[in-house]
Design a protein around this ligand. Structure first.
Ligand code: NAP
Length: 244
């Protein structure tokens, strides 16, 4: 489905991002992914991608740092010879109720989850505009749709991503570039490891299970492929029915 396409995936070393990288590679894409600091995990994921017979490289880059993002995007385009797909997946949580949430904890979550996506798009936008094609997929969350107890910072960042997605979609639609968002519910990764045995939580999900990273990767593949060429500015919920 993505034969010889070049994909950039932020936060591609672990969890949902790693599943997306593997799914894209299984479908023929060459994959450049960004990670924050866990080099060992990044190397493991890179090795798995290379074993699939595609070109793959891991880049350490803090997406919350605009200068690092500009550098790494230039480097990836030089290394891979272009870009066709951008997945803004890197994200963090720093949950607290409002009275105990420190202002730097609000800022760092917004800087990573929302501004990080903007910095990436700012670099890749002119490339997509010029080539009159491209796919942007932003990883939002049901927390951005519904809000969530203890997640004012995270929910604000994920709701912001939805506005960002729709605005970019409007700016680039006439150039044949699609920009969509995915809003997962609970997915089993490091981010939710403290919740995965919580049966009360599972009971609230009509499908009675957490999602897997692969569930999300299947949707990312669809949105990155030409199967979704007439879909833009859309937010697709993937949550086992949680937020119906
Ligand atoms: P995860 O397992 O914690 O992995 C996070 C990934 O992002 C890692 O690759 C990490 O790199 C990278 N990362 C973190 N901060 C970064 C930064 N400043 N710059 C560059 N990379 C950074 O997370 P996940 O559960 O797979 O979540 C992926 C995305 O889905 C996030 O945006 C999250 O908000 C969203 N989401 C997750 C769920 C869920 O239930 N898991 C639900 C809804 C939405 P290192 O390995 O180097 O730290």
């Amino acid at each position: 489905m993505l034969k010889e396409k070049i994909a950039i995936v932020t936060g591609g070393s672990r969890g949902i991002g790693a599943a997306i990288c593997k799914k894209f590679a299984d479908n023929g894409a060459n994959v450049a992914f960004l990670y924050a600091g866990n080099t060992q995990k990044a190397e493991e994921t890179k090795k798995e991608l290379l074993e699939k017979g595609v070109k793959a490289e891991a880049y350490q880059c803090n997406v919350a740092d605009a200068e690092q993002v500009a550098e790494v995007c230039k480097q990836i385009i030089a290394d891979f010879g272009g870009v066709d797909i951008l997945v803004n997946n890197a994200g963090i949580t720093k949950d607290k109720l409002v009275p105990t949430m420190k202002i730097p904890d609000f800022d760092s979550v917004v800087d990573t989850n929302l501004k990080g996506a903007f910095y990436m798009i700012k670099q890749i936008y002119p490339v997509f505009m010029k080539q009159r094609s491209g796919k942007i997929v932003n990883m939002s969350s049901v927390s951005g749709l519904m809000g969530n107890f203890g997640q004012t910072n995270y929910s604000a960042s994920k709701a912001g991503l939805i506005g960002l997605t729709k605005s970019v979609a409007k700016e680039l639609a006439s150039r044949g570039v699609c920009c969509n968002a995915i809003a997962p519910g609970f997915v089993t990764t490091d981010m939710t490891k403290n919740l995965s045995e919580n049966n009360q939580l599972k009971d609230q999900i009509p499908m009675k299970r957490f999602g897997t990273p692969e569930d999300i990767a299947n949707l990312a593949l669809f949105l990155a492929s030409d199967q979704s060429d007439y879909i833009t500015g859309e937010v697709i919920r993937i949550d086992g029915g949680l937020c119906m």
